[in-house]
Design a protein around this ligand. Structure first.
Ligand code: SAM
Length: 303
């Protein structure tokens, strides 16, 4: 394991994440995961060059089993400092607050179809399914391995199982199991977020959760254009991600360490996200801070 990853794992274990146990639990399901990966892979999808660069201290970026099996543990660890009780509820809090802001802008009754771009293993997708029950949700990602875990977790939810945080501790088992009974259909597809091949003007809500800081600005602009294409007139786009303003408080050596595994954060920090969305035909209507470290930007597809 690379030094960067060893540091992340050691830090998460100190927080009580039990990284190895969580990854081992998914590893034990590898035959089922392989079947999901084979079923979801679309061989016609070509990842852009930026996607294949080393990332998060993984030599092949987000591609492969290691990032897919570790991302849930990683989310718990990275977001743990957001939990005011000192527990592992930071990731759940981040998502609950994102959904709260979304529901301030979107009438859940008017939302029938949702697309979650860069859905990874479904952490953001399942939060949407809980917040917008009875909607049809499509999760889009470029990693068939991430999508395989997402499909596996979706099957657990449908069966009323799983604990909603990928391995125990952090979010409410009862709430997740209850939500599983009211969720609409969830589909995961292997596509570039820049080119989902989904029908134009077919979606009420498009989300991009914790993806923008992982993208070159040209890719974010292309994804905003695709989101605008997908949305019906008056539909909503919501981007949730790190708030670069909060990085000013991070000690420089810590930020340098963080940025060393995140090639695009410098570009993201300098980007005028609202201007990118406006150029794509998405009129910014508001948003807000969903944690001390994260912001949500809500925009509407103009007629
Ligand atoms: C940090 S994860 C965010 C996952 C999830 N949305 C969340 O809130 O936890 C970023 C995800 O975006 C995906 N991704 C990055 N670039 C993409 C692109 N151009 N098209 C589709 N997915 C992409 C990665 O594969 C990864 O799974």
């Amino acid at each position: 394991m690379a030094a960067g990853r060893r540091r992340i794992v050691a830090r998460s274990d100190a927080l009580g994440v039990r990284w190895a146990d969580r990854v081992a639990a998914l590893n034990a399901a590898l035959p089922a995961l392989e079947a999901h990966r084979a079923a979801v892979t679309d061989a016609s999808v070509t990842p852009p060059a930026y996607y294949l660069a080393p990332f998060h201290a993984y030599p092949d970026g987000n591609v492969g089993w290691a990032p897919a099996l570790e991302v849930e543990a990683s989310a718990l660890a990275v977001h743990a400092p957001l939990d005011p009780t000192g527990g592992l509820g930071g990731d759940a809090l981040l998502r609950t607050n994102f959904m709260r802001i979304l529901r301030e802008h979107v009438d859940p009754g008017a939302v029938r179809r949702v697309v979650d771009l860069g859905c990874s293993t479904g952490l953001s997708t399942f939060a949407l399914a809980d917040a917008f029950p009875d909607t049809a949700i499509t999760g889009v990602d470029l990693s068939p391995h991430m999508l395989a875990v997402a499909r596996y977790r979706a099957a657990e939810r449908a069966a009323g199982g799983g604990d909603g945080d990928g391995g125990g501790g952090g979010s409410s088992t009862a709430a997740t199991a209850a939500a599983a009974t009211t969720s609409g259909p969830i589909t995961f597809i292997h596509r570039r977020a820049e080119d989902t091949r989904l029908p134009a003007a077919s979606v009420d809500l498009v989300t991009l959760s914790l993806v923008a800081h992982e993208l070159p600005s040209t890719a974010l602009a292309a994804i905003a254009t695709e989101a605008a294409r997908l949305l019906r007139s008056g539909g909503t786009f919501a981007l949730m991600d790190a708030d670069p303003a909060a990085w000013a408080a991070v000690p420089p050596p810590v930020f340098v360490l963080f940025a060393s595994t995140e090639p695009w954060v410098g570009e993201y920090a300098r980007l005028d996200v609202a201007a990118v969305l406006e150029r794509a035909g998405l009129a910014v209507r508001g948003g807000g801070k969903n944690t001390a470290r994260h912001r949500t930007v809500v925009a509407v597809k103009e007629a």
